[in-house]
Design a protein around this ligand. Structure first.
Ligand code: PLP
Ligand code: COI
Length: 339
């Protein structure tokens, strides 16, 4: 097999041996099919291509010191894909079939699960799209579900190194009653302009504000935001952000560590009161934020002034990753071992 430099792996695509597919046709899901092709044959009029009838998920498999492969809260991803499917009127992929496809694709690609301690993981990408032909705007009558896997390094370069973020006021990722709560491709397409502006300016990503009033923090690119002050973990509640499984877990972990937690609208000005801030998600894990620049207000909010992650952020990061890697007992019941 190819030799990987696991420690230097980017968050990018690397070919693995197999992926799994399943087609919904004539009102029923067919059998799971294993494929070694990286390509799909798609109808030129598929609704997934033209009308964005497409949703995806992202989760990781972690190799433990004990040589066991662990998954973190995979049922939440399965359920969220069902919610996303419903949000754009696609056929849902059943949880039990999701489980079967997930375990199978990992087992078939076991050799691509990065070793314990390398900082890399196997990223798992389930995808569901309208594959039937339509020309009018209406839901497809055929759907394709697939999962591919690829070994990845950290999303934000440097792992737990603090990153800089740019507040974006001239692009909306999602409307309040739109699709922001679903993990659908259209939200990511809508975010591209802002992300390119942020990257060109030397920032890791963009902080989106609520589209209606531009008063509250929504999300940090493909991750949720949190701020910490007075032993309190504060994270936005919004009708246009993805309900992050990592964030849900960090709220529980923070509580178990004796912190208070608040999930509520977070006004932009509150950024100046936080002692620590970060972005969290499956790909991002926890990325501490060093600096947030608000170009319109000409404001800079600074954290991690010594260049190091804050103490509370680091504690949360250690606890979360220890559970995911199997270094600590899973007292929350979040981990499943892939036998
Ligand atoms: N927000 C967005 C827009 C995302 O794409 C993701 C990634 O899935 C997250 C937040 C984090 O969610 P999770 O922790 O479930 O990966
Ligand atoms: C994830 O955190 O799994 C995501 O889906 C982020 C991705 C869009 C890069």
């Amino acid at each position: 097999m190819e030799k990987f430099d696991w420690e230097r792996l980017p968050f990018g695509y690397t070919k693995t041996d197999f992926n799994i597919r399943c087609v919904y046709k004539d009102k029923k899901w067919g059998k799971l099919e294993v494929s070694s092709s990286e390509y799909i044959d798609i109808h030129i009029a598929a609704t997934g291509l033209h009308y964005g009838q497409e949703a995806f998920e992202g989760l990781k498999a972690y190799m433990g010191k004990d040589g066991k492969i662990r998954l973190f809260r995979w049922e939440e991803n399965a359920k969220r894909l069902i919610a996303s499917a419903d949000g754009i009127k696609m056929e849902a992929f059943p949880v039990e079939m999701f489980r079967e496809a997930l375990f199978k694709v990992i087992q078939l690609n076991k050799k691509f699960v990065p070793p314990y301690g390398s900082g890399a993981t196997l990223y798992i990408r389930p995808l569901l799209y309208g594959s039937g032909a339509e020309v009018g705007v209406k839901p497809s009558s055929e759907y394709t579900f697939l999962i591919f896997v690829t070994p990845v390094g950290p999303y934000f370069k440097g792992g737990i190194r603090p990153v800089n973020m740019l507040i974006c006021r001239d692009v909306d990722r999602a409307a309040p009653l739109g699709t922001g709560i679903y993990k659908v491709g259209g939200n990511y397409a809508a975010s591209m302009r802002a992300i390119v502006t942020a990257r060109n300016g030397g920032y890791s990503n963009t902080i989106f504000l609520d589209a209606k009033e531009k008063k509250y923090i929504d999300e940090c690119g493909p991750a949720n935001f949190f701020g910490i002050r007075d032993n309190t973990y504060v994270t936005p509640k919004s009708e246009s952000i993805l309900n992050s499984i990592t964030n849900m877990s960090l709220i529980e972990i923070a509580k178990s560590m004796g912190m208070k937690t608040e999930r509520r609208p977070v006004p932009v000005e509150e950024l100046s009161s936080f002692v620590e801030a970060g972005a969290c998600g499956t790909a991002a894990v926890i990325s501490p934020i060093a600096k947030i620049f608000d170009p319109e207000k000409n404001m800079i909010y600074e954290y991690c002034k010594d260049g190091e992650p804050g103490t509370e952020t680091l504690k949360l990061y250690k606890k979360l990753t220890s559970i995911q890697n199997g270094d600590e007992p899973d007292t929350f019941g979040w981990v499943t071992i892939v036998e």
